[in-house]
Design a protein around this ligand. Structure first.
Ligand code: FMN
Ligand code: SF4
Length: 413
């Protein structure tokens, strides 16, 4: 008898149902207009995601503050964006009303770009820094998150992912490195105050039990003082705080946790294992299982970092290709209680139609992400982002940038 493929079974998240167990992870692509509204390019990307029929689509990191942001053309969620965002949701739902549309709300903090915005920090980190945030400023940012959640709700989103990962402000406050003596630093109680109070307010003020509030969390950032490390000056892994965090979020109403790791500006290969160093993808399984075991069964655990497995043709050693694919690990991990759903990041740029194609048994028609990381190079350069392997305009754009930079280097040597 043929075994059931768990990837194509429904998943209950809060009061809603995801039609399958594949989510599109948040992927910022730097193509909004100058007010932070979606452009034609943004529409094109999401139209393809909605056609792909995944259970959940997470809208890329959308900033709650235009004053401090990491991307020049970053989507933003403020009252002035409401009309454009409402239209965006209704157009997407016309294409396919099944995927749950969750928006990732963010504040970039010390990752805000100084060329066009104000960089702020909770405690200067070597190589980053910025203006030191006061307690009043943090409280204003909490107001911005709550307002953004209400806007997302009123625009028709199914929920929000309050970003607590990858070194953005939500992570910066939680880190042991934030040992500054203030209301939001030092003790674990102080470092979780921002996340917990914002959650409590979002749940209370949105006041809709059907609205899904959850978070993407970096369980271990992998550098001294990062989230999940044993202290402010050590990188030694100690998951006590990270696991306490997800439990605290669940108690405050989180309906899902997207498990991630690393801080891409510092530990990129941990966040998104690449084809040269694919092995950390396994570490994510350990983190997903640890979160799953810490939570009550009703909170959905969504795992990241599956793209590098591809169709089994990858650089992972000591495994049979048929037991090393994204589909194999997704199915197995759900079956084994490691996670409830898998999220695809880079693979969603390479081929948004992956869920549909796999469900129809057309794995050989998928454009498999090569985990080359050329797309992140576009993001780092503040350009429109897309797949440089399968999407010609983006590969051409990258070639042009590299040519121009090569010419510039030539002039200076
Ligand atoms: C171009 C690019 C943009 C990304 N944007 C976001 C983002 O907006 N928010 C986020 O939490 N993670 C972001 N990520 C990380 C992915 O969501 C995901 O966690 C990571 O790529 C690992 O998953 P994968 O192996 O499926 O790619 C981005 C990654 C890339 C390459
Ligand atoms: S550019 Fe490379 S890493 Fe990025 S989506 Fe395309 S194949 Fe994947």
């Amino acid at each position: 008898m043929k075994q059931e493929n768990m990837l194509f079974t429904p998943l209950y998240i809060g009061t809603k149902t995801a039609v399958n167990r594949i989510a599109i992870n948040a992927m910022e692509c730097c193509d909004s207009d100058e007010n932070g509204n979606p452009t034609e390019t943004t529409y094109r990307r999401y139209e393809r995601h909605f056609e792909g029929n995944s259970g959940v689509i997470v809208l890329e990191a959308i900033t709650v503050s235009y004053e401090s942001r990491s991307r020049l053309h970053q989507l933003s969620v403020m009252p002035r964006n409401s009309k454009a965002l409402s239209k965006f949701v209704s157009e997407m739902k016309k294409i396919n009303d099944k995927p749950l549309f969750i928006w990732q709300l963010t504040h970039s903090g010390e990752l805000s770009h100084t060329d066009f915005s104000r960089r702020v920090c909770v405690k200067p980190l070597p190589g980053f820094g910025g203006d030191l945030l006061s307690e009043e400023e943090v409280e204003k940012i909490m107001d911005e998150f709550v307002l953004a959640a209400k806007i997302a709700h009123d625009c028709g989103a199914d929920g929000i992912d309050f970003k607590l990962c990858h070194g953005y402000l939500g992570s910066q406050i939680l880190r042991p490195y934030n040992d500054r003596k203030w209301k939001y630093g030092g003790s674990w109680k102080n470092r979780t105050r921002f996340a917990y109070e914002t959650y409590e307010r979002m749940v209370r003020e949105v006041n809709d039990p059907d609205f899904l509030i959850g978070s993407k969390v970096s369980i271990w950032e992998g550098f001294p003082g990062g989230q999940g490390s044993a202290g402010p000056d050590t990188a030694i892994m100690d998951l006590t705080e990270s696991l306490d965090l997800v439990k605290g979020l669940e108690q405050r109403g989180a309906k899902f946790i997207i498990v991630s790791a690393g801080s891409p500006s510092i530990t990129l290969a941990l966040s998104q294992p690449d084809r040269r160093i694919p092995d950390d993808a396994y570490l994510h399984h350990t983190f997903q299982k640890a979160v799953k075991d810490s939570l009550k069964k009703k909170t959905a655990v969504i795992g990241s970092a599956y793209s590098v497995f591809r169709n089994g043709k990858n650089n992972l050693l000591a495994v049979k290709p048929e037991e090393s694919s994204l589909e194999y690990w997704g199915n197995k991990n759900i079956k084994d209680g490691v996670c409830d759903m898998i999220a695809i990041g880079r693979q969603s740029l390479a081929d948004s139609l992956l869920p549909k194609k796999l469900e129809e048994g057309k794995s050989d028609e998928v454009n498999w992400c090569t985990a080359c990381d050329n797309c992140i190079e576009l993001l780092i350069r503040q350009r429109n982002v897309g797949c440089c392997t399968y999407d010609k305009p983006y590969s051409e754009a990258l070639k042009k940038i590299r040519r121009e930079e090569g010419a510039l280097k030539g002039k200076h040597t």
